[in-house]
Design a protein around this ligand. Structure first.
Ligand SMILES: NC(=O)c1ccc[n+]([C@@H]2O[C@H](COP(=O)([O-])OP(=O)(O)OC[C@H]3O[C@@H](n4cnc5c(N)ncnc54)[C@H](O)[C@@H]3O)[C@@H](O)[C@H]2O)c1
Length: 254
């Protein structure tokens, strides 16, 4: 079960955190993995880990926010069976403390970046006779999270794109789903804690851990396991769905 043998997968932002765990697991399950990262250096650790496990991996320097770069990279890779839209960036702020520059930056990566990859992936998936797309949404598109205006807006759009694409390509045998994690311990989390709460790192880390009723943050590997199921043939009846993976955050936080 859950074999990805003879499947070609693109994972955006596969150099770190959740994307890295997904890339490593998919390669372990037999997929040819293509990591799209801002620079080849940011993909290096993933490439080394996969190669040391005997897996097949290619790294591509590609900014998902750049339409032309994404198009060229997808054309170079050719037919694919799996796309994981994982690349994303964080932002802290309410609507009145979110600058236009920051809003545009979050939209460019977290919304337009997903659009760019979806747009380029359809011909590539059709060439493979169909396949599966998995988008990284967030619990922020299900419940109100304090100080996450731009981020929540972007992830809400990711959820809507998931439904739209799932509906439009049913006949092409392309499934499209999303995952909504609560807090997962990755460099994304460490980076935004140190940037936004300097001097309070330990306290904020503990607060964020306890905001999951299960009492801790998720691990990237736990997200990768769900991603594997949703990108494997074993989930062939699932499309247009979102899967919270949240230690009880959405339903048990009261
Ligand atoms: N970590 C969490 O708590 C959490 C929770 C819910 C959802 N998510 C989502 O999961 C995804 C991955 O998060 P993570 O925590 O692993 O982040 P991370 O920062 O550890 O990794 C993200 C990777 O994406 C790459 N990236 C960023 N912008 C890019 C661009 N324009 N083009 C190509 N690559 C780019 C970065 O270089 C980095 O390697 C994001 O979409 C995030 O919003 C994370």
């Amino acid at each position: 079960m859950f074999s990805l043998k003879n499947k070609k997968a693109i994972i955006t932002g596969g150099g770190s955190g959740i994307g890295r765990a997904i890339s490593v697991l998919f390669a372990k399950q037999g997929a040819e993995v293509h990591v799209l990262e801002l620079t080849l250096e940011s993909a290096q650790n993933t490439v080394e880990e996969i190669e040391s496990n005997g897996g097949i991996v290619f790294a591509h320097a590609c900014d998902v926010a750049n339409h032309q770069e994404v198009k060229t990279t997808f054309e170079k890779i050719g037919a694919i069976h799996i796309l994981v839209n994982n690349a994303g960036i964080a932002h802290v702020g309410k609507v009145d403390t979110t600058s236009e520059t920051d809003f545009d930056r979050i939209m460019n990566v977290n919304v337009k970046g997903v659009y760019n990859c979806l747009h380029a992936s359809i011909p590539a998936l059709k060439n493979a006779g169909g396949g599966v797309i998995l988008n990284l949404a967030s619990i922020a598109c299900w419940v109100g999270i304090p100080d996450r205006f731009a981020y929540s807006t972007a992830k809400g759009a990711v959820m809507a794109m998931t439904l739209s694409v799932a509906k439009d390509y049913l006949k092409e045998n392309i499934r499209c789903n999303s995952i909504s994690p609560a807090r997962v311990h990755t460099p994304f989390v460490d980076g935004f804690i140190s940037k936004n709460y300097p001097g309070q790192e330990a306290e904020i880390f503990e607060k964020l851990s306890q905001s999951q009723p299960i009492g801790r943050m998720g691990k990237p590997e736990e997200i990768a396991t769900l991603a594997l199921f949703l990108c494997s043939d074993e989930s062939s009846f699932i499309t247009g769905s979102d899967y919270p993976i949240d230690g009880g955050f959405i339903k048990l936080n009261n």
